[in-house]
Design a protein around this ligand. Sequence first.
Ligand code: NAP
Length: 350
Amino acid sequence: MGKKYRVGILGATGTVGQRFIQLLESHPQFEVSALAASDRSQGKTYGAACSWRLPGEMPEAVRGLKVGAPAPPMDCELVFSSLPGDIARETEESFARAGYAVISNSSALRMDEDVPLLIPEVNHEHLAQLDAQKASRSLDRGMIVTNPNCSTIMLALALAPLHARFGIEACVATTLQALSGAGYPGVASLDAADNVLPFIGGEEEKIETETLKILGRHEGGRIQPAPFKVSAQVHRVNVSDGHMAAVRVKLARPASQGELREAFASFTSLPQELKLHTAPRSPIIVRDEPDRPQPRLDRDAGRGMSVTVGRILADKVLDYRFVALSHNTVRGAAGAAILNAELLVATGRL
Ligand code: NAP
C-alpha cells in the first residue's frame, strides 16, 4: 500500500466536517490526524466537542483527538477546510503560506483567478492554475484548491457533457435545496416546516458565476469563462439531504433527445480512468421513470457521488429541460474535496 497522508480538518465539528470524518474513516490514502473548530470547541476532545449527527457512531479514531484552533502549525500535511466563508480566506491563505495543501469547500477563494475551482471529471486541466498560483502568491509547497458551491457542482457536472458535445448557449436553473445545506442548526424549524424559502444568501450569484469558470477554457495561463449566461433561482425546501435543480438549456447545435440522454449516461472522465477511490463509476446516472430523480431515493446514488438526471424532455422555450439531483454534503462538499485531493495525489501535485 502507498503512503498515507496525514490530514487536518478545519470546521471539523460542523455538518460538512462530520461528513469529512465519516468519508475519511478507513480511506486508503488519508488519515485524520488533526482537527480544528471555533473557540467553543477548542481544547476539548472531538468526542466532547462534537454532537455527532450522522447515522452510525462517531469513528473511534477521532473521538480522542484534541480540537485545536484553525491556525498553522497543525499536525498534518494537508488540510480540508469547511470553515464559514467569512473567516475562510485569511485562514486558508495562512495555511498555504505555511506550506500546507488546502483543499477548501468555502466560497471565499473560489473565484480568485489563480485558484482552481475543481470538479475532477469536468475541468482537471484547470489544475495548471496551481503553477500561476505558486508564482502569484510566492508559495513554496503550499497550495489552495477549491470545490464549487453544492448546487453548482451538480449543475456544472450535468452541463459538462452537453457543453462538450453540443455547446450551450443559455441555461436557466431553478433549485430546491436541502436543509443540511445551511449547516447546523441551519434554518429554524418554524421557518422550514410546511414552507419553501425563496432566498439563500449569495447562492444565485455563486451558481451563475462559478458554473462559467468551471466550464471555461484554460488558455495562456488563464481561465476564459464559458461564453453563455446562466440564470439561477434558488429555494430552500423541507428535505434533509439532496439538492435538486430543474434545468433548461439552449444548445448551439441541434441534438435529439436520445443524443442528450446518451451524452449524460456515457459521461466518464479522468477520475474514472484513474480509478480514484471516491470517484463513482458513473458521474451521471440517467433515470427514465417519469417521477425521478427524488431526494430520498436518489441522493445516495454512487455512494453520494453521482448526479442523477431525469425528465429529459424537449422544452418549448429553450431546447431541452431536465431535472438533476445530488447529495449536497457528499458530492456537493466533503466528497468533492476528497476527490480533489485524490486527483492531486494521482497527478503528482501533492
Ligand atoms: P456548520 O455546520 O455551521 O459548521 C461550521 C464549522 O465551522 C463548525 O465546525 C464550527 O465549529 C466552525 N467554526 C465556526 N466559526 C468558527 C470560527 N470563528 N473559527 C473556527 N471555526 C469556526 O457549517 P457547514 O454546513 O459545515 O459549512 C461549512 C462551510 O462549508 C461553509 O463555508 C459552507 O458554505 C460550506 N459548504 C457547506 C455545504 C453544506 O451542504 N452544508 C456544502 C458546500 C459548502 P464549532 O462547532 O466549534 O462552532
